[in-house]
Ligand binder design. Structure first.
Ligand SMILES: [Ca+2]
Length: 486
């Protein structure tokens, strides 16, 4: 076990040194307001993307079968996935007019973006910084009052009220956040206090969930989900109960995103530090979990004795429901080092997930296809490391209604690397067909983590520049608010 861990770390050292020599991140813009007309530098013709509505009717789900669970990463590589012949470059999407769309196809149509990160967005927006002074924010929950609960990875839950971070944390506790490997910032931990989610009846019971990393009694880093009760004034919280403990964790790829499904169940993404864990049914690493609000296994899970809803996942931090059967999920592609393939880097993904699906990590990547594995609907040659994701359902920005939005945390400013808010337009009656996608905020605010919307339809995005991967401005990490251009 020690050697299998050591090899990726040594390789990581080499890659980190390479990255460290490739130039630093630019300073994020310091302005507090910024109106965007992102078409100004566009050279490609991008038609106005269609407004779509969520498919409300029943959609046939693909008959994907759970794959056998291999245990050896080398063997998976030797399985030699075949390149999909019909891979399509989508540098010049031509969205169809709003109207009837094809029926759901049984096979996902994968689009490979060669001109990453993609075409610039053309919808004019108003973007402003509404909160600063945060340290590595990760999770965001907007309360009915408009207050916000924000997790900071070092182990603080903050209350944001009237645009200000309340100095005294709501909660502050020890988390597992190991120092960077070999002292290299790029190899720092990605863990700590991560997700926060309100109970569906929060307005009545004040309950909310937290996901964080902590060392267990044996000194092994694990993931834990707990439920708390927020005080009436919102300034403190008390532990209600532990929901799930001893989740697998590693230095990188902790998952940590919790969402409430339309079925009333609690979903949790758990990352896979060891690649082969994603295909191992005996560990919860590299899986999307589904549980009831008390942490029990629902009887209608794909395996009624398991939390696993979907497998073959490297690390997801963002997903939302296209409809009751289809989850759109962002997922990280290979970094290369973990598979001993220095040349293999990029291929981050947007997937459509149904119950029991196996998303293929680490057996396939990009638009590769293999029996029993689900290929993504959208993937990029260059790294576009995805973090938060959500469907935008409001009409406040009408051009965006029905679109899937996700944030990215690219490492540097090399052309094509993603540090932006991405918008994906799906066909209204077919989650497996991507009509268009476009890029907003590229390099404007650095690394972006987590996207959420309030009841008015305004969108909030948090920066992640004060971790060990970005350049931290003096005002710290920020929350941006996005609305329609004035
Ligand atoms: Ca995949």
């Amino acid at each position: 076990m020690f050697m299998t861990r050591l090899l990726p770390l040594v390789l990581a050292l080499v890659v980190a040194l390479t990255l460290a020599c490739s130039g630093g991140d630019p300073e994020p813009l310091a302005g507090t307001e910024r109106s965007l007309a992102a078409r100004d530098e566009a050279t490609e013709v991008v038609e106005t993307a269609p407004t779509v509505t969520l498919g409300a009717t029943e959609i046939a789900t693909p008959n994907q079968q759970q794959a056998e669970a291999p245990t050896d990463a080398k063997a998976k590589e030797e399985a030699a996935p075949t390149r999909q012949a019909e891979t399509v470059a989508v540098s010049e999407p031509t969205p169809t007019a709003t109207g009837p769309t094809p029926a759901a196809s049984a096979t996902a149509s994968c689009q490979l973006v060669r001109d990453a990160p993609g075409p610039p967005g053309e919808v004019e927006l108003h973007v402003e910084v509404v909160v600063d002074g945060l340290e590595i924010p990760w999770g965001l929950a907007i309360l009915p009052s408009g207050d916000m609960l924000v997790t900071e990875r070092p182990g603080r839950l903050r209350l944001v009220r009237d645009g200000e971070v309340v100095p005294q944390p709501v909660l502050e506790f020890g988390v597992s956040m190991p120092p960077p490997l070999y002292g290299l910032d790029l190899l720092g931990s990605e863990g700590g206090l991560l997700g926060v989610l309100l109970h569906p009846e929060f307005a009545d019971n004040r309950l909310f969930y937290l996901f964080y990393n902590i060392d267990n009694a044996d000194g092994v880093q694990t993931g834990r989900i707990e439920r708390y009760t927020l005080s009436g004034d919102g300034r403190s919280a008390a532990l209600d109960r532990v929901i799930l403990d001893n989740l697998p964790a590693g230095i990188h790829h902790q998952g940590g995103r919790m969402r409430l499904g339309p079925d009333g169940m609690l979903y949790v993404g758990v990352g896979a530090y060891e690649p082969h864990d994603a295909q191992d049914p005996d560990t919860l690493a590299g899986k999307l979990l589904r549980m009831d609000l008390e942490g029990g296994i629902p009887g209608d899970n794909p395996d009624p004795d398991s939390y696993v809803f979907a497998s073959g996942i490297r690390n997801t931090q963002g997903y939302d429901w296209y409809d009751e059967q289809h989850i759109v999920m962002v997922e990280h592609g290979p970094s290369g080092i973990e598979l001993g393939r220095q040349d293999l880097r990029g291929y981050d993904e947007v997937n459509v997930v149904t119950a029991g699906d196996n998303l293929g990590w680490p057996r396939i990547w990009g638009c590769d296809e293999q029996e029993g594995l689900v290929s993504p609907v959208l993937t990029w040659e260059n790294p576009v490391p995805p973090t938060g994701g959500m469907f935008y359902r409001s009409g406040l920005i009408p051009e965006w209604t029905g679109s899937f939005l996700f944030t990215t945390v690219g490492l540097d400013d090399r052309p094509g690397h993603g540090r932006h808010l991405h918008r994906v337009v799906f066909a209204s009656m077919d989650p497996y067909t991507v009509l268009a996608h476009e890029v907003y905020l590229q390099d404007a605010y650095g690394r972006l983590r987590t996207v959420a919307s309030d009841r008015h339809g305004r969108i909030y995005v948090m920066t992640s520049n004060c971790d060990n991967r970005g350049e931290c401005p003096t005002e710290g990490d920020k929350i941006l608010r996005i609305g329609p251009a004035r």
